[in-house]
Design a protein. Structure first.
Length: 127
């Protein structure tokens, strides 16, 4: 028999016997609010290699990518941490509640946008 239901709790508690044997507690809102709501590992053509809560990527031109968020963010006021391969510099170009757009600029020894494998994680409130 399969049962469906809800488990509701405000605090996680552990005895932490493995490390210290001391009980520790953590408010579940801290866990929920502190985790990435979306993340990606994408190719230099915005193809999702691996991702969470992202539907697709669009290559808008050299080093310019837009990613569609599956479950929208609550507003445009969310934070993202971005990176790219080989020291390219990732910079937010623009974002909406349902998309995140980044540009990858060249390394110190080159000029202009560059197509690079890129990675980012989004933090904030889901809609």
């Amino acid at each position: 028999m399969v049962a469906h239901g809800t488990i509701a709790f405000d605090t996680l508690t552990t005895s932490d016997q493995v490390n210290t044997g001391t009980e520790k507690s953590l408010d579940t809102s801290y866990v929920f609010n502190g985790v990435a709501k979306a993340w990606v590992d994408a190719t230099n053509a915005a193809v999702l290699t691996d991702s969470f809560n992202l539907a697709s990527g669009t290559d808008n031109g050299t080093g310019d990518y837009t990613y569609a968020i599956t479950n929208d963010m609550a507003s445009v006021n969310y934070s993202a941490v971005a990176n790219a391969e080989e020291l390219a510099i990732a910079c937010k170009k623009g974002q909406t509640a349902g998309t995140y757009n980044i540009r990858l600029f060249g390394r110190a020894d080159s000029i202009g946008n560059e197509d690079k494998e890129n990675f980012f994680a989004i933090f904030g409130d889901l809609a």
